[in-house]
Design a protein around this ligand. Sequence first.
Ligand SMILES: [Ca+2]
Ligand SMILES: [Ca+2]
Length: 126
Amino acid sequence: MINVTLCTLTVHGDAPGTAVMRITARTVDDDVGGRYEPTFVYASLTVQATVPFPNPAGGNFSPPTDLDGDGLYEDLDGNDFIGFNDVVIYYKNMNFIESKQPLAAFDYDGSGFVGFNDVVKLYQMV
Ligand SMILES: [Ca+2]
Ligand SMILES: [Ca+2]
């Protein structure tokens, strides 16, 4: 058996939630009429929403952004770049991140929790 990627699918999440996706190939054949029966795998898709961080000057910053699309949100003040202010916001809002934000979006070191090492990781990205 040879594993061959038949397609790559990109999906966009419009609202928070979880869904299970299954893609079924109806007909797959080769140039000489040979038929194939591809296997499929289930994919679980989870869409999480981030919320804007509170601005000490009043109100909230713009929503945080994931500038490079890797699933980690490093631009906490939503100004479209990673700067020292993002590090300060992270440090001052660690409890806010734990209680209000999707952890995976702000767990830069992959430890499974919000910690000082995440602050250091973000600082190293500035
Ligand atoms: Ca990112
Ligand atoms: Ca920023």
